[in-house]
Ligand binder design. Structure first.
Ligand code: NAP
Length: 454
């Protein structure tokens, strides 16, 4: 798809962008490679100044950055503001902690000295999605710039204004030319960039399909990758849960960002004794959402990111219902212009239903009732994905025991997935590999170099 900014609320095309030609792409690659030769020698203090300034600028112009998100992909304006604040917090977090995270380590040896340095590896390439247009790129760029790497980003084709705004932000914050580069490039050019010997590592956040293609290409070139892919997180409600709180958190977990989060709560797995009451309250809560203009702070249901995203979700719901699922709430596009989906709950999904294994990227909850804790764990794990998940119980120790048995990268007790700069983020199985954020996120693309003195 060509780079184009379209408001999914009213379908208006806001701006069109031209893809880079071969010479322009080559010039950017050359500049990034040349920038690395000096950026790698800068001190942590110099890098910190750039990232801290970028964080300050983001906060100062929060509404300007937030409005672009809302216009390009339909996020509710308050949530867009929250994303800008979170992105600034990640910039500050790595500005303040990178030096400690990458400190040279002395190993205990019988003779002489053994030290392990964390050296930068070079120019990195990120392929990023539209659902959190700044947060996704900051998770990749902030730790790597602090580590002394330089980064190039191919952002999703439907958020080119956010992509440009972030590149301009980094330049304004004092990043040297080539340290952060936005690339409006085609999929063929993505392959070309991955193949380029100046690129030393590749990170992708997006769908399994794109992840498999990009990881395979990087693999052919023996380049390290991290993959942050899709999810179908379980939201387990055990019989001793606080029901009202579970429903409240379930609504937040499913409806945030109009349901378009990799770690959204997608499969609601409720123990039989609470199932009817949970479902009744959850249905009432989802049915109460009303579509509106996402730029209006009073709106609680924004559009999906694009008409194509809506069509895909409607098709998934249609196929699920054809295979025996019941839409007990919603199930259709909302009866207004724009890319709006009705909040939807599907029940009666058996193992043969395609919905059982698919990710629903929008406000569609899958509801399952199970006999007990063991059945809840088994169902949670019967998924190709392994990103996040939640367990609701008043007994925290029990919650932790259940969490230990769930095959995902993250499990939250009595909360949906919540991301903060200091907590590791990532998954297992088809949800990908590697970690972003926290101390772990800055270790992915550094050379752990041993220096030994006998
Ligand atoms: P997507 O289609 O995979 O797009 C993500 C990025 O990959 C975009 O920049 C896209 O570019 C690019 N891309 C797609 N196909 C490609 C190909 N064949 N070669 C090279 N680049 C390619 O994902 P999406 O549907 O927009 O995003 C939603 C998915 O991302 C969901 O599955 C969600 O769960 C996942 N996600 C995961 C995380 C995580 O941290 N685990 C976070 C957010 C989202 P174009 O826009 O130009 O197509």
């Amino acid at each position: 798809m060509a780079y184009q900014s379209t408001n999914p609320y009213d379908g208006k095309v806001l701006e069109r962008f031209t893809e880079l030609d071969g010479a322009q792409l080559e010039a950017r690659l050359a500049l990034a490679a040349s920038c690395f030769t000096t950026w790698r020698t800068t001190s942590f203090a110099e890098r910190r100044t750039v990232l801290a300034r970028a964080a300050t600028l983001m906060r100062e112009r929060r509404d300007e950055f937030a409005t672009l998100i809302t216009l390009e992909m339909g996020k509710l304006i308050d949530q867009s503001r929250g994303e800008v604040e979170l992105s600034a917090a990640i910039l500050d977090y790595y500005a303040n902690n990178a030096e400690e995270f990458l400190a040279t380590e002395k190993l205990p040896v019988k003779t002489g000295e053994a030290i392990v340095e964390s050296a930068p590896v070079g120019v990195l390439f990120g392929v990023e999605p539209w659902n959190y247009p700044y947060y996704q790129i900051v998770r990749f760029a902030a730790p790597n710039l602090m580590a002394g790497n330089v980064v190039m980003v191919k952002h999703a084709s439907n958020v080119p204004q956010c992509a440009r705004a972030f590149e301009q932000l980094m330049a304004e914050a004092g990043a040297p030319a080539g340290a952060y580069t936005n690339l409006y490039i085609s999929k063929d050019q993505v392959s070309q960039v991955i193949d380029d010997p100046r690129i030393k590592g590749v990170a992708l956040t997006g769908s399994e399909g794109a992840g498999a293609i990009v990881a395979a290409r990087a693999g052919q070139n023996l380049k390290k990758t991290t993959m942050e892919l899709g999810g179908s997180d379980a939201f387990i409600v055990l019989e001793d849960a606080d029901l009202d709180e579970a429903v409240k958190q379930g609504v937040i977990g499913r409806m945030g960002n109009a349901g378009q989060a990799c770690t959204a709560s997608k499969r609601f797995i409720v123990v039989e004794s609470l199932a009817d009451r949970f479902l009744a309250q959850f249905m009432a809560a989802l049915a109460a959402f009303k579509p509106g203009d996402p730029i209006d702070p009073k709106t609680n249901l924004g559009p999906l990111s694009s008409q194509e995203a809506l069509d895909k979700l409607l098709d998934q719901v249609k196929r699920a219902v054809a295979a025996g699922a019941k839409a007990v709430v919603g199930g259709e596009r909302a009866d207004v212009p724009g890319a709006f989906m009705q909040p939807t709950i599907l029940t009666d999904i058996d193992k043969t239903n395609p919905a059982y294994k698919e990710e629903f990227f929008g406000p569609v909850a899958l509801f399952f009732r199970v006999a007990d804790e063991a059945a809840a764990i088994a169902l949670a794990n019967d998924s190709p994905y392994g990103l996040g998940g939640s367990v609701f119980t008043k007994d925290i120790e029990r919650g932790k025991r259940v969490a230990s048995q769930i095959d995902t990268g993250m499990v939250f007790i009595n909360k949906p997935n919540i991301t903060t700069p200091d907590l590791p983020f990532g998954g297992v199985k088809n949800s990908g590999y590697g970690r972003e954020l926290s101390r772990a996120g800055i270790q992915e693309f550094v050379n752990k170099k041993l220096i030994r003195v006998e």
